[in-house]
Design a protein around this ligand. Structure first.
Ligand SMILES: [Zn+2]
Ligand SMILES: [Zn+2]
Length: 560
């Protein structure tokens, strides 16, 4: 089956991350060696009811696991590392290569899963190189919204492949500068293939520096009279550290809410990215010992997620914190498309409670993206001058615009390819081509259980949420072929039985008649077949009567 890729083809393909923002997983394959880059999750929208994560289908890796040399991690965002525990449960990965805080965050994630065999995590430094037969792997430090984000450089017999990972060009970063000199050097030596982050390919200009946001938050803090409540992404360690810094300058103590925020601060302190002076971070119960203007609450929930700290504070259901009029809430974030409604709901609740709300706007710079805008994407093209270009990490239209940007910077139109997950891009001595597809797909994860949720469960949940449940409890004596009592209807989310007695009665009568008929047609009643037929029949009757398709359940209580 695996003859899409010939042994001497240099192949690049994605198992996740193309046509979407999330579940990033890219593979470079050459000479029976597979380099797996990242293993992320995608956070689903509300159409996938009760599904916590979506991960790539690892079938291709399962079938080729003896070729895998390692999993290489660009940085520790969930869309790049969230899938690791599920990958390790299904596929034998020899080693994970990761840098700095990624190592700690991966370890802490793996500790939450008890049934995973220990795996060796090799911590690389930006000046390391590794050699795997003819392929040499090296690293370039770049800037992003989490520390220790790297681009990967693969030197191959056909030329150099650069995979940017998530990045932006931040000339005044919080934390170390990107290694621009390496980019320039590799560019001058010649780049065969570039694969680059498309997240902000639709955004003109340049992305604001992270430093600027810190300054803007410090400035805002100096005007805030009461408590400052700041909501941001827990994973944005630089932002969290700048908010703590702004609090210290303005003589505020910091209280932390939200499990992921607490974890970020714990690991950030261990690794040295967050350095609050002693006594800065206080426990929730100590808040009462300070005046409102001496307190910053740092919390999760900047996306209006219903269970996150800020949403619970806004809704009055938080165990420890109640809003007080005069609180100022700063959203140090931008709503991710799809989350706007939840964010608006939270903002309305906050304002109703007499709070001031500050969101990111041209006047109040409380957020910047971690991804390169068009200007920076062009700069990378100018530095690397790749022969071939594949836009990755983005929805289709972002990939398309990114490919056009590359073409405007000198990539030949026939050398820029917009791929989908599973498409295999191959280079060999004859040139480049899309060689075919490897298996790709989605797997749904519900909670931390390994049990994947199949498409049929999602469909059932969808039916339940939209049209509810109609259940008929049928007391039956199959031996005597009678229904000793009339079937009972139980419905949830479908019809209010009080308002629709006539309809319920009609359905029960029709069903009773149908069951009696079915029983009389056969010598011996097979309850499984009967159940199936009754459900089919009810579905039809209910659809005819109500135009709706609830989930239908026939339950038999058997009397001898
Ligand atoms: Zn990222
Ligand atoms: Zn990402």
């Amino acid at each position: 089956m695996d003859k899409v890729i010939n042994r001497k083809d240099l192949a690049f393909f994605a198992l996740g991350g193309l046509g979407e923002v999330g579940k990033n997983m890219y593979c470079l394959q050459y000479d029976n060696q597979i380099f797996v880059i990242d293993s992320g999750v995608l956070f689903p929208d509300e159409h996938l009811l009760g599904v916590d994560y979506v991960i790539p289908d690892f079938e291709y890796l399962k079938q080729n696991q003896e070729k895998i040399v390692g999993l290489f991690i660009t940085h520790a965002h969930e869309d790049h590392i969230g899938g690791i525990p599920y990958l390790l449960k299904q596929v034998k990965i020899p080693k994970i290569y990761a840098a700095g805080i990624s190592v700690d965050l991966i370890q802490s994630k793996l500790m939450e899963f008890k049934d995973i065999d220990p795996i060796q995590i090799i911590e690389f430094k930006s000046y390391y190189t590794y050699k795997f037969k003819e392929i040499e792997v090296s690293f370039i430090r770049l800037n992003h919204s989490i520390p220790d984000s790297f681009a990967f450089v693969f030197k191959t017999p056909y030329g150099t492949v650069v995979h940017t990972g998530d990045f932006k060009i931040d000339l005044t970063p919080v934390g170390p500068q990107a290694e621009y000199e390496k980019l320039a050097k590799i560019g001058s030596e010649g780049v065969l293939l570039l694969t680059a982050d498309s997240t902000n390919a639709l955004v003109p200009g340049f992305t604001e520096s992270e430093r600027k946001i810190g300054d803007s938050i410090k400035e805002l803090f100096s005007h805030i009279k009461g408590r400052a409540i700041v909501a941001t992404f827990a994973s944005n360690i630089y932002r969290v550290s700048q908010i703590i810094e702004a609090s210290v300058i303005n003589k505020r103590k910091v209280v932390v809410f939200g499990r992921s925020m607490a974890k970020t601060i714990e690991i950030g302190q261990q690794v040295g990215y967050i350095k609050p002076p002693k006594g800065t971070i206080i426990e929730p119960e100590d808040v009462v010992n300070y005046k409102p203007e001496e307190i910053t609450l740092l919390c999760t929930g900047s996306q209006g997620e219903p269970l996150a700290a800020l949403s619970r504070i806004a809704g009055g259901t938080h165990r420890q914190i109640k809003l007080i009029p005069g609180d100022t809430i700063i959203f140090s974030s931008s709503p991710i498309p799809g989350n706007q409604e939840g964010v608006n709901k939270t903002i309305n609740l906050l304002i109703k409670n007499g709070c001031n709300v500050i969101t990111h706007s041209p006047l109040t710079d409380t957020h910047t993206s971690g991804h390169a805008s068009q200007g920076e994407l062009k700069l990378i093209q100018a530095l690397l001058k790749p022969k071939y270009f594949l836009p990755v990490h983005g929805e289709y239209r972002m990939q398309r615009v990114h490919a056009d940007l590359a073409i405007s910077c000198g990539v030949k139109p026939e050398n820029a390819f917009v791929l989908e997950n599973g498409d295999v891009f191959c280079i060999n001595e004859r040139g480049a081509r899309i060689a075919g597809h490897v298996h790709s797909g989605e797997v749904y994860i519900d909670g931390n259980q390994i049990g994947d949720v199949s498409g049929s469960i999602i469909r059932e949940r969808k039916v339940l949420s939209e049209d509810g449940l109609f259940s008929l409890i049928i007391t039956i004596s199959p031996d005597k072929k009678i229904l000793p009592i009339e079937p009972q209807v139980v419905s949830r989310g479908f019809i209010y039985m009080k308002d629709s007695e006539a309809l319920t009665k009609k359905i029960v009568d029709l069903a009773s008649k149908f069951i009696n008929n079915e029983m009389n047609k056969v010598k011996v009643v097979n309850l499984n077949i009967l159940k199936y037929n009754v459900q089919e029949y009810l579905a039809k009757v209910i659809y005819d009567e109500t135009d709706r398709k609830p989930m239908i359940l026939a339950v038999f209580m058997v009397l001898k």
